[in-house]
Design a protein around this ligand. Sequence first.
Ligand SMILES: Cc1cc2nc3c(=O)[nH]c(=O)nc-3n(C[C@H](O)[C@H](O)[C@H](O)COP(=O)(O)OP(=O)(O)OC[C@H]3O[C@@H](n4cnc5c(N)ncnc54)[C@H](O)[C@@H]3O)c2cc1C
Length: 418
Amino acid sequence: MQVEVAIVGAGLAGLSCARRLTELGVSCAVFEAANRVGGRVATDEVDGFLLDRGFQVLLDSYPEAKRALDLTAMGCRAFAPGALVRHSGRFWRIVDPWRAPMRGLATLRAPFVSLRDGTRMASLRGRALKQSAKRDGRSTEELLRDIGFSASLRESFFRPFFGGVTLDATLATPAWYFLALFGWFARGNAVLPARGMRAIPEALAAALPGSSLHFTEAVEVAAPGSLMLARGRRVSCRAVVLATDAASAARLLGSREEPKWLGTTTLYYGAERSPVGEPILVLDGEGGADRGRGPVNHLCVLSDAQPTYAPPGSALISVSVLGVPPAPDSALDADVRAQLRGWYGSVVGNWKLLRVDRIERALPRLCTPAQGGSGGLQRPDPKDIFVCGDHVATPSIQGALESGRLTAERVRIALGPA
Ligand SMILES: Cc1cc2nc3c(=O)[nH]c(=O)nc-3n(C[C@H](O)[C@H](O)[C@H](O)COP(=O)(O)OP(=O)(O)OC[C@H]3O[C@@H](n4cnc5c(N)ncnc54)[C@H](O)[C@@H]3O)c2cc1C
């Protein structure tokens, strides 16, 4: 088989790369080991509920989402900005005062927020919106301490909120990436498409000629100018793009380096009624598993934001636990319910457990140079083989889409005049 550009992997990075190449008039073929597009972004229909494979949201402020996706056509519905924080036995609302001035003022009533935190939040917001974060090697934890946020705000808000986004409760994530995330949250909303998160790869794939996608075609060997497929076929091409996850890319490039991953666990419950009653993230601000109160980091009622996620007359609750605990599902479910009974009362016993998603390899760990990482800087492509994916950009939908597009542009230049 002869193609111009061969792309390995039909996750968001591979699809974004294929789409940009198509726009640039370069023909390509995508070889995907699975029988569907999307990679780590997938949605299943279970008893009339839409269950994403692990809790995920799209930020409508991601520059690449604006560039590549029609969020209106996808029927995206938004979560409210901010969060409800469980602390001292009740819920406190934390809202960006620039977006909701009255509710923002209420934030100052929370016992874990000081007046000084308010002014420091204003300066953090200003820095994040400037989008010029210096990659100075600091971690998020170090940045928050250096700015001078109170320990109580760090523990009760920043740790569960950004620990939940980056899947790293130690807040070791590089500060520059935290600032980028903070800026996107300040500028936009977390949204869910009507068909679930699968709508994102489906929309990208719809823009490609159907013949360019080849499913259940795992690539065994990648070399400059050719691929060897597991089913024995050889593909010749002018350029190879590896758009796989970090571990598969390392294997195909012959690297012995074992990429580091962050994991997460999502428990989905069906209920007759939403325990929250509004589309907002609810954080455990009491200290989570470390302080022995239970495993829950955050929860939200997905159907409060996007009603298509649950059949009429019911609600879909998503509960997130950081990491992948060794306890069996039944024990984890019991611990989660015990913690949430303290929040919502005995009704928690009526919720139906729909599924537990344990995802060991959810996000590649983004390290500061001091931790031995590349800090998320685009690594140069190895000779003659192009590499894209969230592991060479940022561990996010934005990172995967952007690295796919930029790689397509590098490939176009490398191929020379048409
Ligand atoms: C539980 C979870 C929650 C997340 N939450 C968020 C969130 O809220 N917001 C956000 O922005 N991001 C989130 N992310 C991150 C985001 O989903 C990923 O960063 C992004 O989807 C990665 O896309 P990718 O194309 O780089 O990699 P992948 O999605 O891993 O795609 C790689 C593809 O390559 C294929 N492949 C691998 N090896 C081969 C081979 N040898 N031959 C052929 N094909 C191969 C795989 O089957 C896969 O389809 C989350 C991820 C997870 C798992």
